[in-house]
Write a protein that binds this ligand. Structure first.
Ligand code: SDX
Length: 394
């Protein structure tokens, strides 16, 4: 008994909502975007096709795809004043800190797409977010390494444009590697949406108050940053680097199983998947493709990751708790091989997840029954009592 309420320890905040966008069967390890298996979308389509599907519910025809690609491409540049916004950061600022700030600041630049009651303005805001995330992400990377910003080049496809903005320098010709671009585009597809995860729920809750879309996406980026969520890809790579060699794996497995040790195997376990995360399988295959393309025959981090997975998947603790690799387990190895620093891994996750956040936000805004989100609580504090003056308190 806690005064006014009977405390029910079994109570968990299982607030749920209805959505037509993404379906997960955590026990079977199934992930569908608008009914299409993630494996097929990753195999046959590109990221902007997945964006169209998540936003509009159907795969685009050739004409619709061409029009959508064109509309996104028209918004890839950011306001020139944004460059000065970047200059206020220290060079060693974490790129996620910059992204939270810059994406939120977009609402200061684009007053013609903040009225969420206007479908046209919502559509423009959606295009702007999807189009500008790669530009802002590349700017955050360039700023952190002291290189000049590279403007988008709109005759390139979405992901090639992003790679060029990240890795091109004024003093030499930059040629996009099509194999790496296709691999990164597939990685974006894997990260595009994932039902009501913590950051998507944050975006929905922020949006339910009528806040403008740029501010809502900034809230989602902030939530994704946590190591239990999108920050796990950065944490997983750091864990693999700390383990270093396969012979050191047992001690980390023991730490992960020790209830008194806060250490968890990063990139393992999931709130919903109690089976192998289907994205992790595709991620592992993509890792091998990228390392092969780059001529990296023997990546010690990959050796540790594969050995760690094999040991964990035979360990009764992990089997009993149903802990399997999730999307973050292999992604860091791939992104590091592509040339991205660990600080950029979650930025890339946010870049890809922006379309999922926008699609889920739009679905909520367009629902006529939608009201402001207001989770309730079970009060477990002090019962009602009268004030005691300072003198009486001794
Ligand atoms: C993402 O929600 C989404 O969809 C997220 C995401 C998306 O696309 O948006 O999929 C992206 O965030 C993937 C998850 C990335 N995070 C990590 O890899 C960090 C490491 N994983 C854990 O911190 C953990 O698995 C969570 C946070 C992901 C889930 O934590 P829960 O909800 O506590 O997991 P659970 O209920 O399944 O745990 C069951 C048991 C618990 O022990 P008991 O309380 O039963 O004794 O397993 C333990 C947990 O303590 N456990 C782990 C573990 N994960 C869970 N033990 C060791 N290592 C782990 N990684």
């Amino acid at each position: 008994q806690t005064g006014m309420f009977t405390y029910d320890p079994g109570f968990t905040s299982t607030a749920s909502c209805e959505s037509k966008i993404t379906y997960i069967d955590g026990d079977a390890g199934v992930l569908l975007y608008r009914g299409y298996p993630i494996e097929q979308l990753a195999e046959h389509g590109d990221f902007l096709e997945t964006c169209y599907l998540l936003l509009y519910g159907e795969l685009p025809t050739a004409a619709q795809k061409a029009d959508f690609d064109y509309r996104v491409t028209r918004h890839t540049m950011v306001h020139e004043q944004m460059n000065r916004f970047f200059m206020g950061f220290r060079r060693d600022a974490h790129p996620m800190a910059i992204m939270v700030a810059c994406v939120g600041a977009l609402s200061a630049f684009y007053h013609d797409s903040t009225d969420i009651s206007d479908p046209q303005q919502r559509m423009i805001a959606s295009m702007r977010m999807i189009a500008k995330m790669p530009t802002l992400a590349a700017m955050a990377y360039k700023y952190s390494i002291g290189q000049p910003f590279v403007y988008p080049q709109n005759d390139l496809d979405y992901t090639s444009n992003f790679l060029r903005m990240c890795f091109a320098v004024p003093c030499e010709e930059y040629k996009v590697n099509p194999v790496l671009s296709r691999a990164l585009d597939r990685i974006f597809i894997l990260h595009a949406d994932h039902e009501q995860n913590a950051s998507t729920s944050t975006v929905r809750l922020a949006g339910s108050s009528g806040a403008n879309p740029f501010a809502c996406i900034a809230a989602g980026i902030a939530c994704l940053w946590g190591p239990a969520h999108g920050g796990a890809n950065e944490a997983a790579l750091k864990m693999l680097e700390e383990i270093g060699t396969p012979d050191r794996i047992p001690q980390y497995i023991a730490k992960a199983k020790d209830k008194n040790d806060p250490f968890r195997l990063m990139g393992f376990g999931h709130r919903v998947y109690k089976n192998y995360d289907p994205r992790a399988r595709i991620m592992q295959k993509t890792t091998h493709e990228v390392l092969n393309e780059l001529g990296i025959k023997d990546d010690p981090l990959l050796d540790v990751a594969i050995e760690l997975e094999q040991i964990a998947l035979k360990d009764e603790y992990f089997l009993e708790k149903k802990l399997y690799p999730n999307i973050d387990f292999y992604s860091g190895i791939t992104l590091k091989a592509m040339g991205f620093p660990t600080s950029m891994f979650t930025v890339l996750f946010a870049l890809a997840r922006t379309v999922g956040w926008i699609a889920q936000w739009s679905e909520m805004i367009e629902d006529p029954s939608q009201r402001i989100g207001r989770p309730r609580q079970l009060y477990t504090g002090a019962p009602k009592r009268d004030y005691v003056t300072l003198a009486q308190r001794g």
